[in-house]
Design a protein around this ligand. Structure first.
Ligand code: BTN
Length: 256
């Protein structure tokens, strides 16, 4: 591991409580857990007002579209935020979280992140971070559990190396605590009001690696091919297809 990494400081309750004051939410830190997303979901279902769950290792990390999210212990930033009330439409908020990650990386001297629709953050054309949003409804009102995984220190991505990368491989390793603090700051900004969300959406468009290309979007067994023309204000991908303009709300993009 190149750069010093201070995430382990969160193991200290005094540090967590200082950070909770700054982040405006309770912080939990696990050396190992099943999934930070599941823990945040548990708190959401119990009516918790807001939390940030961080882990060094997950035994059942979850990705989008039912996939698993695998990371060697201590290599990644693995974190889930519980926002209550629901800050925005979950799909839009997840999309804009990609901008929050890209801005955080810029702040740490890595300005070149690009965004692949809907929620992937890329460096050198490969995925370096992903976002998962779970909307929570219930007697306690709506909430959002937002999970972020950033590959930070991995030197070798093993069988994922064709499509995934890490900060250490593409740019420079970062301190995961500094990264967490910067992502948190940008997420709070985007959660705060709709004007900020408009600014973030414009930045998403500028950082996009999807727009302006012929793509195929696959979702639930169906596929749509077309030219990725724009992102609508609700985060939908607008494709020009042989049969006209087509809005896509979810799926996986492949360059055609
Ligand atoms: C994706 O498929 O791109 C989304 C990946 C989200 C992974 C993060 S890691 C922290 C949080 N806990 C989980 O189980 N998943 C998310």
């Amino acid at each position: 591991m190149g750069a010093p990494d201070r995430l382990v400081l969160l193991a200290d309750p005094a540090v967590r409580s200082a950070i909770a004051g700054e982040f405006g939410r309770e912080v939990e830190y696990y050396a190992a857990t099943g999934s930070t997303q599941d823990r945040a979901r548990q708190l959401a279902d119990a009516g918790h007002p807001g939390a940030l769950i961080v882990a060094e290792e997950q035994s059942s990390g979850r990705g989008r579209q039912g996939r698993s999210w695998v990371a060697q212990p201590g290599t990644s930033l693995l974190a889930s935020w519980l926002f209550r009330p629901l800050p925005a439409d979950p799909a839009l908020f997840a999309l804009l979280s990609g901008v929050a990650i890209a801005r955080a990386l810029t702040d740490l001297g890595i300005p070149e992140a690009r965004l692949k629709w809907p929620n992937d953050v890329q460096l050198g054309g490969k995925k370096v971070a992903g976002v998962l949003a779970d909307a929570v409804t219930g007697a306690n009102g709506g909430a959002l559990v937002l999970g972020i995984g950033v590959n930070v220190h991995q030197r070798d991505l093993g069988e994922l190396s064709g499509t995934a990368t890490s900060l250490a491989r593409e740019a420079r390793a970062a301190d995961r605590l500094a990264l967490l603090a910067r992502i948190d700051r940008e997420l709070r900004r985007v959660a705060s009001d709709s004007d900020e969300r408009r600014v973030f959406l414009e930045e998403w468009r500028l950082r996009s690696s999807t727009l302006g290309r012929e793509v195929e979007v696959r979702s639930a067994g169906a596929a749509v091919r077309g030219f990725a023309r724009s992102i609508a204000d609700d985060g939908a991908l607008v494709l020009e297809t042989a049969s006209g303009s087509h809005r896509v709300l979810a799926g996986e993009v492949f360059v055609a």
